[in-house]
Write a protein that binds this ligand. Structure first.
Ligand SMILES: CC(C)(COP(=O)(O)OP(=O)(O)OC[C@H]1O[C@@H](n2cnc3c(N)ncnc32)[C@H](O)[C@@H]1OP(=O)(O)O)[C@@H](O)C(=O)NCCC(=O)NCCS
Length: 181
């Protein structure tokens, strides 16, 4: 049985498993979905991604989780908490990727709000960030709804080309006043 982490009335987050490979491919191999990343993933990279998350559950107790809509148990996307390296610093990040069939239905907002609560109440971390490409407006809108603001700008290397990214961050000690939902 896959471990359920947190839920709302509409959805829950659970750990990913090997059985989710096809659902992950539908997201991670789609060109439009992956436009803010360096490139859509090969099968091998999808496997690495899955194994990276399975290892993170063991090591950290968190990682990217599956977003499941309780209506028909639909796999709508991924959202969770990961460690990310930004210029040599290891930051706690909320990440989200939704299958494009389900975009603009509030899934990323609702799932990331759960992760924000998890980071604050379970991990008790004082702040958490989202690392977002400068052109990724959808993702930036979700970060802003989570009360995040830009605290840093840096460039990621995409096959030798520098690509501008922002670190959005929220102070979880004082964040309740800032959230927009
Ligand atoms: C970013 C992403 C996860 C958002 O998922 P989603 O479930 O569609 O987001 P929501 O429905 O919760 O939308 C959140 C807000 O963003 C807005 N939004 C969503 N997509 C948008 C778009 N393409 N352009 C502008 N605004 C957009 C919504 O209108 C909503 O704002 P509102 O509540 O004020 O109406 C989704 O677009 C995605 O998977 N993108 C590809 C992967 C990716 O870039 N992930 C993030 C990497 S940092």
């Amino acid at each position: 049985m896959m471990k359920k982490i947190v839920e709302t009335e509409r959805l829950y987050l659970r750990e990913l498993s090997e059985d989710d490979f096809e659902e992950l491919c539908a997201i991670l191999q789609d060109e439009e979905t992956m436009y803010a990343y360096e490139a859509p993933f090969t099968d091998e990279k999808v496997n690495e991604w899955l194994n990276w998350n399975l290892a993170s559950y063991q090591k950290n107790s968190f990682g990217l989780w599956a977003i499941i809509d309780k209506n028909e148990e639909k796999f709508v996307g991924q959202c969770g908490i990961v460690y990310s390296d930004v210029e040599g610093k290891n930051l706690l990040e909320i990440g989200y990727l939704v299958n494009k069939k389900y975009w603009r239905q509030g899934y990323a907002s609702e799932a990331s709000a759960l992760c924000l609560d998890y980071a604050k109440n379970i991990l008790k971390t004082p702040k958490i960030c989202s690392i977002i490409r400068d052109t990724n407006i959808a993702s930036q809108t979700v970060a802003e709804k989570n009360g995040m603001t830009i605290v840093q700008e840096f460039h990621k290397d995409y096959s030798g080309l520098p690509v501008k990214h922002y670190v959005y961050s929220v102070d979880l000690v004082n964040e309740l006043v800032k959230r927009k939902w």
